[in-house]
Ligand binder design. Sequence first.
Ligand SMILES: NC(=O)c1ccc[n+]([C@@H]2O[C@H](COP(=O)([O-])OP(=O)(O)OC[C@H]3O[C@@H](n4cnc5c(N)ncnc54)[C@H](O)[C@@H]3O)[C@@H](O)[C@H]2O)c1
Length: 320
Amino acid sequence: MTGMTCLVTGCAGFVGSHLTEALLAADCRVLGVDNFFSGHERNMVAFRHAPAFSFSRRSVEEPDLLPELKDRHPDLACVFHLAAVVSVPYSLKYPEETTAVNHAASLRLHAQSRDLGLAAFVFAGSAAEYGDDPRLPLREEYAGPATRQLSPYGQAKYLVSAGLEESGFGVSLRCFNVYGPRQDPQSPYSGVISQFMSRAVAGLPPVVQGDGGQTRDFIHVDDVVAAYLTAAGLHPQFRPAPPGIYNCGTGRATNILDLARLILELAGNRAEPAFGPNRPGDIRHSMADTSRLAAATGFVPGVGLRDGLARTLAWFAARV
Ligand SMILES: NC(=O)c1ccc[n+]([C@@H]2O[C@H](COP(=O)([O-])OP(=O)(O)OC[C@H]3O[C@@H](n4cnc5c(N)ncnc54)[C@H](O)[C@@H]3O)[C@@H](O)[C@H]2O)c1
């Protein structure tokens, strides 16, 4: 399925820029859209001038965005919709703006993709759709109408995933904690790994919020990209995912204090982790049941935590 024309919304972001690179490497043509709300021009350096890439600085809130792109590129066949307000604290402060982008614009893009007869629509769902459900590992069906998400961010993601599932068109990949190069440590809700790493490479101790006994399911961005390609039927090794909702994680829980120590070790930093106050509203544990995606497509993540951290650390170290 190489040669396909794809739209990637959020192409200047952390995950979207890696996905764009992978699609271009698979000989796809990529139409990238981003309004630089949280993304950066620097994330696109590797492909900004690639002949098969074209960029539009536009918002996914523009109602005519997809019909216009389809008019100009009649071979557009696949939408990867990653653009979103990604900060949970921001979503709590600005619920209406978050809902407009993450819910209303996402549902519109999904409906337009179906009505325009596109072959695939893949949505960036999130583990936040499960709220603080304590049943681990989290199975896709645990998030339902009675689930109380902890933020407008989680609620919007859930409503889009549920709408997509009901329509029988498209795939929602509910990603757990993604990490890897280009994750922005400056952003107010950046991943804990990027925060720990930016301090570790500067010779500072990572600051663990709370007692460090929290656990998370960390998945490397290369695996997430492979899952996106699989979902759209573009991965040479895995079967395409039938429409529906799929967790995208590793099924392994990592303790935050152990994570801090491992990052210090890999960075050759002899400091001990420091401790700060608990993050308000932080959930204690989160881990994916990964069996649905594995059974449907054969997809299994391939990057081990130690290896993935070492590669990510090399990127952070090169930036200081
Ligand atoms: N990183 C994670 O751990 C994680 C986990 C679960 C889900 N997700 C989801 O994956 C997607 C990508 O996340 P990320 O970590 O790469 O975040 P990111 O902030 O790096 O990327 C999001 C991109 O969307 C763009 N954007 C925001 N609003 C826009 C708008 N109205 N119009 C056009 N572009 C807009 C931003 O500028 C940014 O480039 C998001 O939908 C996020 O919710 C991420």
